[in-house]
Design a protein around this ligand. Sequence first.
Ligand SMILES: C[S@@+](CC[C@H](N)C(=O)[O-])C[C@H]1O[C@@H](n2cnc3c(N)ncnc32)[C@H](O)[C@@H]1O
Length: 238
Amino acid sequence: MDELTTLGRAAGPHGEVVLRRRVSGSSVVEELVVDGTFAMDSRETRSEQELGLVAAGAGRVLVGGLGLGHTAAAVLDEADRRGADVRVDVVELEEALVGWAREGRTETLARVAADPRVRLHVGDVATVLLGSDGGPAGPWDAILLDVDNGPDFLVHAGNDVLYTEPTLRAAYGRLAPAGVLAIWCQAPSPPLLAALGRLDPSAEEVRLTVDREGRRFTYAIETVRRPLARKPSGGAAG
Ligand SMILES: C[S@@+](CC[C@H](N)C(=O)[O-])C[C@H]1O[C@@H](n2cnc3c(N)ncnc32)[C@H](O)[C@@H]1O
């Protein structure tokens, strides 16, 4: 029988947030539940880590949201592996979750919150990107977004603004030259890929097949890259 331990419970902007640990035999899994809806667990986090690896080589990274911290941890681990400098801004809507990270209520959250390369910000990442909320301003070499299931399967209706053209354009505008914007989706999203393609033809989709508890899922990471700034032409030669 599973043993459930509540690690944190608080009211938040999207309803009650619960962080808990489920122990089943030798398996220990952390779970995040928001407003009674399962947000994620730590059973299979390969796709969250893959999102972090999109930022490989990036010096300044924005991660929205924190979740259980696996995307941010992957960014840090990859920078360590490369011996590279990195600064990570994490924007998370749930103030309580940021507090639990600072208090070290799970191992991964503790590691991310205690890392001096990380700044944790409480806020809505869409308003941060639109510049209407203060918060960090960029530019970033990588912007990694995993705040909802993707535009076609929203857990929170209010997150639809994140996937609209004005917000995507604002995010793209906060990329440094050669920067990358990457968005995790629960399934491939042709409309989102098309919207990113309108920002730059570099838009592409990587599909990740994940097996969870006997079921197979195809997640997707949609990306678009900003070109390297071109030097001004400087007038006619000779
Ligand atoms: C699926 S989890 C992210 C998982 C994360 N990639 C990881 O590796 O653990 C989604 C997170 O985004 C947060 N969130 C939801 N809407 C948000 C918003 N508009 N701005 C910032 N964070 C948001 C949720 O509270 C939750 O912590």
